[in-house]
Ligand binder design. Sequence first.
Ligand code: 13P
Ligand code: SF4
Length: 335
Amino acid sequence: MNIATAKQNIKTKGFLELEVNPSLDLFAEIEKLKKQKNAIILAHYYQEPDIQDVADFIGDSLGLAQKAASTNAEIIVFAGVHFMAETAKVLNPSKKVLLPDLNAGCSLADSAPADLFKKFKEKNPDHVVISYINCSAEIKALSDIICTSSNAEKIIESLPKDQPIIFAPDKNLGAYLNKKSGRNMLLWNGACMVHEIFSLEKITKLKIRHPKAKLIAHPECEEAVLNISDYIGSTTQLLKFSQTDKTTEYIVATETGILHEMQKINPSKTFIPAPPNNSCACNDCPHMKLNTLEKLFLCMQYELPEILMNEELRIAAKRPIDRMLEISRVAGLIG
Ligand code: 13P
Ligand code: SF4
């Protein structure tokens, strides 16, 4: 396929489909492209290990948003999912933001269609809307403050105790936050397909086989899993806990990509992925894993596919993200 056809295909396929010479050292080629084009690669912890290794910055949603806002690079290559790359464009519009595969969506973001959410919000006009960053720019534009799993508690605390709140789109994170904060936020009925897949029964059996192991979980997991967890936190918080905690064995209830960094920073500890409730032994995010090293290389070479956004939507989506960044700064969560 020639480049003109491949570029045309982005509209239908979402990524550049071109043969990559198998003899190429993609790590070296990507490093060269970074320098040539003044590009930065931002990767989420759920990306495949090769992509994490070639990235300039690996982080959770809060860290990635902050890095995207502050970078001086000309090109931001976002190795993550669509809402993350979109957030980077919202925060730093003069940069070219690339996503290796435009189909890398998010089941949680998809569970909140903007038209339905707008009606829900209109039915509850006295409520302040806090939306988890895992949502579309349209939902962000309908929100008052954005949060991530790293700062959600501080964001909620910033509002008066008697303030009615809508929390969207994750019902599991919302229920966890209601319990922690003692509030009664009105929850949108959305969820992440990866964090809802863990089997309580299999985890319980695994805990019996590994009595010294601690169960550590992301707050997007269902309540039953969170209830038996020893520690709950965002991806960055789980990584920090794995370093500071004295235990040597952990059952990890979040997407498996995080095990790469966990093992790297704790070479002598053992990390066991929490088992899913299906017969396949995988709890990978199918969206995150659409990005590959080959697609990353091609997207940097041809500077496609690019995230483009309507300016009116961008400005409306930026306001609640700026509010989140400001509250996080005041709370000392970011520098
Ligand atoms: P954090 O990395 O912010 O904890 O988010 C997890 C997640 O589900 C990202 O899609
Ligand atoms: Fe979305 Fe869940 Fe995948 Fe994160 S892990 S990108 S929340 S589907």
